[in-house]
Design a protein around this ligand. Structure first.
Ligand SMILES: [Zn+2]
Length: 510
């Protein structure tokens, strides 16, 4: 089933033109059964505090990837798994540690329903948090549970544990075993999970708790376009000339950057005024200016977001480059970075200035294309652009269009080094049998009628499991806070998820 789904998505991805919406729409099943609804009610009445306490425990472990160890040797990951084991056993669930992957189970049988989650987290910048990102902050903002991992993906793990506990408490007869998968490398390395699934037979169908509602049946393909503006080949400015001497920003590749800064050498007052005026038009941006003799430092602050949702953030790197676009800058290294960004990216995020690459799909939406990290290297400055692409072009076509835009730019401006272009296929799953049940569960508990499958820009481990679709944890239209420096889940959402996961699991496993 896995291979079939993969081949189908590859075929779809390689077909050039898509005019119509795909056949992924599914009609909702009838309302959830009384058993499912009463179990959901019991779950929220019985475990509303416990689920938060378990979340509080899980977020205390900074399970970010550590370059010193693989996950199965990482002491923090080992401690996190020990806590998870205690929680599982306390709740009467079985537990198996497979190294990078943990499975928490309920019931017996070869017919199974999976729940796909992950226990690792993205890096944080603690200076941007009111309290420690690794202590669940329940008080700073009433109604919000703030911590790294609260939404992505420890909140969903805690919720799944109590949904399973509820089914156990209620002694609901199951035809299928329920298995909660907690993978420890989702944010950094899918290789060990891919390897694991070569010998471990996964459940016949799964729900992934790592994206949004109602149901996600397609995910854009990720990618990166990284280039270095090299010192070799850059312009040496004339004495006394104005030029950009420094440009930096961003934190990691899957985050819309919140911070950026630049240094203009020999910046007369007129330039400062122009940059200030241009920056003042940037909604959501804050600029601070610091005079250093004849030089001017410009510090830009935007708003971080998951890189699959650029519209939910304000990209400090793109905006700062635009604020500086008040004159033609010589192609020093940092000036070259600013020119590259302004020539080829601009303040949009659909790749519309980057040659002919922009396109969209009617179901999956537009390709997004946005700078995320500006890295200072010995040989120059690297600009990394994060790509999320729908179906409608082959990898070969998109790659060659990107390369030709880079070739044109180099002919006009200056040579680039270390060009790395990598784009992956999007993923589309059609005909997953659980979709109608998930849609009707979602509609019942949210009152949002006419729910339909959606496509997202992010990538989840759904694509490694057969018949896996994302079901939450965030509501459609709400800002996704995972990967941001203000990650939280509301208590209301956590408890709504508890009800929906309980009901859905009852329906799928009974
Ligand atoms: Zn995640």
């Amino acid at each position: 089933m896995y291979k079939k789904a993969l081949i189908a998505s590859l075929l779809l991805a390689s077909t050039a033109a898509f005019a119509a919406a795909p056949a992924v729409s599914a009609t909702a099943a009838g309302a959830p059964s009384d058993t499912a609804v009463s179990a959901a009610k019991y779950a929220v009445e019985t475990y509303r505090n416990d689920v938060i306490d378990t979340l509080a425990r899980l977020v205390t472990f900074n399970t970010v990837v550590d370059a010193r160890y693989p996950s199965d040797k990482n002491p923090v990951h080992i401690a996190f798994k020990a806590a998870l084991k205690e929680e599982a056993e306390r709740l009467g669930l079985d537990y198996a540690d497979h190294g990078w992957t943990v499975i928490v189970g309920l019931g017996k049988g070869s017919e199974r329903v999976g729940i796909v989650t992950h226990g690792d987290v993205q890096p944080v910048d603690p200076s941007k948090w009111k309290k420690s990102p690794f202590v669940l902050d329940r008080t700073s903002e009433p109604g919000k549970l703030i911590a790294r991992g609260a939404e992505d993906d420890k909140g969903p793990i805690a919720t799944a544990l109590y949904a399973m506990k509820t089914i156990r408490d209620r002694q609901i007869p199951l035809n299928k075993r329920i298995e909660l998968y907690v993978y420890m490398g989702e944010e950094s390395d899918w290789g060990p999970l891919t390897e694991f699934l070569k010998t471990h037979v996964p459940p016949q169908m799964s729900i992934t708790l790592d994206a949004e509602y109602p149901v996600v049946t397609a995910e854009k393909g990720g990618g990166t376009v990284a280039v270095t503006i090299p010192k070799a080949g850059a312009v040496v400015p004339e004495p006394g000339a104005s030029y950009i001497a420094e440009f930096r920003g961003g934190s990691f590749n899957t985050q819309i950057p919140e911070d950026a800064e630049a240094l203009i050498v020999n910046a007369p007052a007129a330039i400062e005024q122009q940059v200030r005026a241009r920056g003042a038009n940037h909604e959501g941006m804050q600029y601070t200016f610091e005079r250093q003799g004849a030089n001017l430092k410009v510090v830009a602050k935007g708003m971080s977001a998951h890189s699959s949702k650029p519209q939910e953030g304000v990209n400090a790197v793109s905006m700062l480059a635009d604020a500086l676009a008040v004159q033609a800058w010589p192609n020093t290294v940092a000036g070259g970075v600013v020119n590259y960004l302004n020539d080829l990216v601009g303040t949009g995020y659909y790749g519309e200035k980057f040659g002919q690459i922009a396109y969209r799909d009617s179901f999956m939406g537009p390709m997004t294309f946005k700078p995320t990290v500006i890295r200072q290297l010995d040989e120059g400055i690297e600009v990394a652009i994060n790509v999320r692409r729908p179906r409608g072009k082959t990898n070969e076509q998109l790659t060659s269009e990107i390369e030709s835009a880079l070739t044109d730019w180099q002919a006009r401006r200056l040579p680039l080094a270390n060009i790395k272009v990598g784009v992956r296929d999007p993923w589309i799953l059609e005909g997953a049998p659980q979709v109608p049940v998930l849609l009707s569960t979602f509609s019942y508990f949210t009152g949002m009628k006419d729910a339909k499958p959606v496509a997202i820009g992010g990538g989840t481990n759904s694509r490694l499991f057969p018949n896996a679709v994302s079901f939450g944890p965030s509501m459609p239209g709400k800002k996704y806070t995972g990967h941001s420096e203000h990650e939280f889940i509301t208590t209301k959402q956590l408890l709504l998820n508890l009800q929906m996961y309980t009901a859905a699991l009852v329906e799928l496993a009974k």
